[in-house]
Design a binder for this molecule. Sequence first.
Ligand code: GAR
Length: 232
Amino acid sequence: MKQDNKEYMKYNLSYDLNEQSLISPLDSISPLFEPKIRLGILASGNGSNFEYIIKSIQTKQLYAEISILIVNNPNCLAIKKAIKYKIPYVIINHRDCKSRFEHDMLVMKKLEDFSVELVVMAGWMRIVGEEIINKFENRLINIHPSLLPSFKGVDAIQQAIDKRVTITGCTVHYVQKEVDSGLIIIQAAVPINENDNKETLKKRIQNMEHIILPLAIAKVAKNLRTKFKDNK
Ligand code: GAR
């Protein structure tokens, strides 16, 4: 069937929109603050978000230094990135601990030893306990590959595909006791295309994660610095 011009225009417009992603809040430029914020990064996997935090520091979009990378998995690729960029790292393997509590305590001690101000869970595939959450109240953030509060927990990208939602995305949020439930700092929306599979969608979501996570860190750091000034 021949489409009339109007239909064709409409199709073109929606096609173009399909290629776009949206970050919100829209005014999300990296805010300025000083002094530098000392970050502790927790990672379990490939470490692509970890690497983009490093890059945003190198390009001076983020005024921070990474005091320590903590990984729970001795085989995770984040370690290779720490070596490449000469970032201190430590492996705290949860399999060597008798309980989640013991593991949490070791992680917390390391964060304190390195005077970490802001903790970033960048692909940390473990639930953190109340002790860490309380110790780093308003200073512990997580990135999750969905538009929370949809698709909490494991395999969020597959959950979105299975539900046939047409827009998903990623979220940076504060960490609280209930998993993936803390207050939201910044989100990016990513359309799901008809021919997407988990890998193609994951790639586009992660492209957005690499933008919003450094932005979120800067926003939180700015808040922490402002609060500190007000208390003086
Ligand atoms: C990221 O996509 C992050 O959103 C996800 O793990 C990936 C880590 O990638 N986190 C979660 O699913 C937490 N529930 P990376 O190791 O390449 O940064």
